[in-house]
Design a protein around this ligand. Sequence first.
Ligand SMILES: Cc1ncc(COP(=O)(O)O)c(C=O)c1O
Length: 376
Amino acid sequence: MSIPPQNGWEGGRLLIDLAAIAANYMILHSLAGPQTEAGAAVKANAYGLGLAEIAPVLYEAGCRTFFVAHLAEGVALRRLIAPDSRIFVLHGPPPDTAPAFLAHNLLPVLNSLPQVQEWQALAQNEKSALPAALQVDSGMSRFGLTEDDVNALRLNNGLAGIETILVMSHLACADTPEHPLNRHQLDTFERLRKRLPPAPASLSASSGMFLGPDWRFDLVRPGATLYGINPTPGQPNPMQPVIRLQARVIQTRHVPAGAHVGYGATFVTQRPTNIALLGIGYGDGFPRRLGGKGVAVFPEQPDIKLPIIGRISMDSLAVDITDLAGLPPAPGVAFDLIGPHNPLDETAFLADTIGYELLTDLGSRYHRTHHDPRKG
Ligand SMILES: Cc1ncc(COP(=O)(O)O)c(C=O)c1O
C-alpha cells in the first residue's frame, strides 16, 4: 500500500493565506475607487504561490481581469476561471500563435509592430475585427510600441482589423514616488494614448496605484501587493501578510567556542553555542545569500531574532539558538524563516533582493498549505 506524503515529511512548510489575498484584493479595489477597475497580475504561477488555488479566490472576490506573461500561462488560467473573465497575455502572441488566443479565449497585449501585424492577419482570416490591448513604451524601454511606431500606425491606418479595448503602459520607478521618471511616464502615456483609438487606459501596477489618482486611469494591474509585498517601501505595509515559511528542526547540537560551522568554515563560534539545524536550504529556493545575514524565529519566543550562521547548504541551514530560554527545541519543531516577526520584505532586503524574487523562487519542495480561515 502506498502512503501519500504527509505534512512533516518535508523539511519545511509554506502556509499561504487565501483569505489574506482576498482581503488584499478588497483593499486595492477600494483604493482604486468606483471609476477604476482592479485587475490582478497572476503571472509566474501567481508569484510562485499557486495559480490554481489563487485565481478562483480572486474571481470570488470580484476580480474579472487577469494578467499573465505567457500564452501558456493564459491557457492554464483559462481552465481555472469562468469565461466572463478577461485574461490578458502581457507578452503578446509569439510568432504564429495568434489562433491559439482565439481558441482559448485570451486577449493579447500587442507590444510591437510585428505583433500588431500578427493579430491583423488573424483578423483578416476571421473576417472580423479582433479585440486586443495596445502597449506603449512610456519610458522604460521594455515592452511596447515606440512613439515612432504609434505615429506609423496612425498615418497608415495601421490598426485596421484591431478592436483596441485597452491602451496600457508600465512604470519603471513607481516604488520611488519622488523619482522624476514617474511624471515623465505619465505625461508620455497621456500624449501617446491620444494618438491611438479611444479606449480604456491602464498605467499602474501595485506601487503606481499608491502614487495617487492621476496614475490609476480605468484599470490597475496589481500583483505584488496581492501577495503581501509592501507597495510603499520605507513606509508601513498597508497589505496583509500572505505567507509563512517554516523550517523544521532536524537536530540540535552544542559546540564550544571556536567551532567551525558549515561549508567553507566561514563562521566560527565566539562562545559555547547551541545550534539548530533546520531542514530548508537553497535547494528549496531559500536564498543562499541569507547565510550569515538572515534570521529565524522560534514562534514560542518571537521576540528573539536567531541568526542564521555559516553558509546555507542545499537542504539545511544552521541557526544560533543559544539565546532561547529552556531546553533546545526537539526535532520536528517548526521555526519561522518568513513570518510575523521576520516578514517577507525584510527577509528579501537581508538577501539583497526583493520580495518578488524571494516569492517566485520558493520551490515545490515544501509542504504547501493553502489555508482559507474564512472557510475553517
Ligand atoms: C505589465 C505589468 N503589469 C503589472 C505587473 C504587476 O506588477 P506588481 O507586481 O508590481 O504589482 C507587472 C509586473 O511585473 C507587469 O510587468
